[in-house]
Design a binder for this molecule. Structure first.
Ligand code: GLP
Length: 246
């Protein structure tokens, strides 16, 4: 694991977008798993800009959506699917057969998990995962207590996740469950970039790095990944003791 601390959100977004561009430059048919959320939004927008100015084609890239709110329509503005389509897939012109998202409206969500796991198995490894961290330490919807060997699964969301999640929706939503890739996918990915910015993430970042690696803080598992990069801004890293030498 490598940790880089930058001044602010602009800088971590700039760094992350360059890493995505480099990945695709080196391997045009990369498999990239993307989380949604406020954190990676600017990095994705910068990726789109850089792809255009540097003429990097994403036409062979396969994109996987990390997670989704169960029962929320992909047309809902707060869904992870619509966020990813609007911010990154459509601007990059990604074709439908290269977009792999959970159908969170499906009657059989376990089948959706199997479809995703089978696809990842068939395609081989995920080359790059770009993830954020929830206020309770979750990655994707891998909530506290999730097994490090988990693959895709359906999860009961914690109260924190349900209440923080309201920020994505225009009107208040009943959020109960999520569907997500598992922590084993994260550990198996060739490279993982975890981003966090803002003072509101400072305490969970401290818990992620100061305490023992624990299922209670799922993001802490990233410390076991040999090619993981953690991008923090100064605010998010401000409560983490300096003697940890992040
Ligand atoms: C959300 C998503 C995660 C995301 C995290 C942080 O609930 N399920 O994929 O990384 O929580 O979100 P944000 O970047 O908006 O803080």
């Amino acid at each position: 694991m490598r940790v880089e601390i930058y001044k602010d959100y602009q800088e971590i977004s700039d760094f992350a977008s360059s890493a995505i561009i480099d990945q695709v430059r080196q391997k045009p048919d990369s498999v990239i798993c993307v989380a949604s959320g406020d954190t990676p939004k600017l990095a994705y927008q910068k990726t789109v800009e850089k792809a255009k100015t540097q003429q990097i084609s994403f036409s062979e890239v396969h994109f996987i959506g990390f997670d989704e709110w169960a029962g929320i329509s992909p047309e809902n503005h707060g869904s992870c699917s619509l966020f990813l389509r609007e911010i990154i897939f459509s601007p990059l012109g990604i074709s439908e057969d290269h977009i792999h998202l959970f159908d969170a409206m499906a009657s059989d969500l376990d089948k959706e998990c199997k479809i995703m796991d089978d696809f990842i198995y068939k395609i081989g490894k995920i080359d790059l995962m770009v993830v954020g961290i929830g206020m309770n330490g979750h990655v994707g919807f891998n909530e506290p207590g999730t097994s490090p060997t988990s693959k895709s699964h359906v999860v009961e969301l914690e109260e924190t996740t349900k209440s923080v999640g309201q920020k994505y929706f225009k009107e208040s939503q009943v959020l109960t469950k999520g569907i997500t890739l598992g922590l084993q996918h994260l550990l198996d990915a060739k490279q993982v970039i975890l981003m966090a910015n803002g003072i509101h993430k400072a305490d969970i970042i401290r818990k992620t790095f100061q305490n023992e690696i624990s299922v209670e803080v799922p993001a802490s598992i990233i410390r076991n990944h040999k090619d993981s990069l953690v991008l923090l801004d100064e605010a998010a890293s401000s409560l983490t003791p300096k003697d940890l030498n992040l």
